[in-house]
Design a protein around this ligand. Structure first.
Ligand code: AMP
Length: 173
C-alpha cells in the first residue's frame, strides 16, 4: 500500500460547501478497510515511542483519524469542537475565516498542565483552525508536540501560520 494509492482514493468535490472550493473528500478512503488501516498506520508508526500524553482532534473529520490513532497508541483523546457542542465548561478561541469568523471550544479540564499533546486534523488549508486549536491547548497549560494532518493544500501556505510547530502531512496537493 503506497501513499499514491491513498492519494488516489481522495475524491475532489468541486464547489462544496460553497462555489470556488475544491473539497477533498476522504470518505472513499475511510470506507476501504485496507486504506483506512494504512492511513492510521502512517500516524501510528510516526508517533509510537514518542512522549505523547494526549491526542487532541479537531471536529469533525479530525475525530475520525484522531480517535483511531489514539486507540491504537493507547493514548487518551480530547475533542476540540465547534462552539456550542461540548456539554461541560469550556474555553473558546475565535479565528478569522476568509469571510467572517469561527469559534472552537475545548473542555477546561481537558489537559493536565505541562502535558505533551499531539494535535490531529484531516486537512491543512489556511491553518487558522489548527492555530486556534493549538492556542486552546496552550491556554490550558499543555504543550503542542506536533500537528499532524493527512492532507496539506500547500498552495494555501497554511504552514507559514503554524511555523512555530512541527508539522506532519504525508499527502500534499
Ligand atoms: P483551515 O483553517 O483553513 O486550515 O481549514 C481547515 C479545516 O477546514 C479542516 O478542519 C478541514 O477539514 C476543512 N477544510 C478546509 N478546506 C478544505 C478542503 N478544500 N477540503 C476538505 N476540507 C477542508
Amino acid at each position: 500500500m503506497s501513499l499514491e494509492q491513498i492519494k488516489a482514493a481522495i475524491r475532489d468535490v468541486p464547489d462544496f460547501p460553497k462555489p470556488g472550493i475544491l473539497f477533498k473528500d476522504i470518505t472513499p478512503l475511510l470506507r476501504d478497510p485496507a486504506l483506512f488501516r494504512e492511513v492510521v498506520k502512517l500516524f501510528v508508526d510516526r508517533q509510537r515511542g514518542r512522549s505523547i500524553q494526549r491526542i487532541a482532534a479537531i471536529e469533525s473529520r479530525g475525530f475520525l483519524l484522531g480517535a483511531a490513532v489514539a486507540h491504537e497508541l493507547g493514548i487518551g483523546l480530547v475533542p476540540i469542537r465547534k462552539k456550542g457542542k461540548l456539554p461541560y465548561e469550556t474555553i473558546e478561541q475565535t479565528y478569522e475565516l476568509e469571510y467572517g469568523s469561527a469559534t472552537i471550544e475545548v473542555h477546561r479540564d481537558a489537559f493536565e498542565p505541562g502535558e505533551s499533546v499531539l494535535l490531529i486534523d484531516d486537512l491543512l488549508a489556511t491553518g487558522g483552525t489548527a492555530l486556534a486549536a493549538a492556542q486552546l491547548i496552550e491556554r490550558l497549560g499543555a504543550r503542542v508536540l506536533e500537528i499532524d494532518f493527512l492532507i496539506e493544500l500547500a498552495f494555501l501556505e497554511g504552514r507559514a501560520k503554524l511555523s512555530r510547530y512541527p508539522l506532519f502531512a504525508p499527502i500534499s496537493f
